[in-house]
Write a protein that binds this ligand. Sequence first.
Ligand SMILES: [Fe+2]
Length: 156
Amino acid sequence: MKTNIGLPDKTRGQIAVILAKLLADEYLVSIKTRNAHWNVEGPDFHAMHAFFEQQYEQLEESIDDIAERIRAIGHGAPGSLALMLKHTRLKELDKHLVTSTQFITALLADHEQIIRQLREDAPKCAELGDDGTNDFLVGLMADHEKMAWMLRASLG
Ligand SMILES: [Fe+2]
């Protein structure tokens, strides 16, 4: 059934592209956070294992919200790993990491990249007249800022 929510088809398409790329970025940082949860080693193992779990659980919620936002504006949510790799602007890890410092440094860079992207994308959605997505992205940006702070603070 046609989506009739006061946003032109072209605009909904532009917003869907913004959200699909964001979804893919979130997927990458989520699997990297799981990697950290599974593979981190060191005297801080227990605390870090639990910390990374907390973070990927939050990312899982964001992933679901982003995919469902794409549906709410009348588009299909990308649902395959191939599409995530195609759309993401983040890089997969190209080396074997072990310590919490290594994992946190890599994750922090990804979160900060996502925050910078959201800071561009949120006003773009407002300019396009999509206040719902603007509001959603502003909230998501604050969530990432908090996650980035926790990662940064863990580095000391
Ligand atoms: Fe686990």
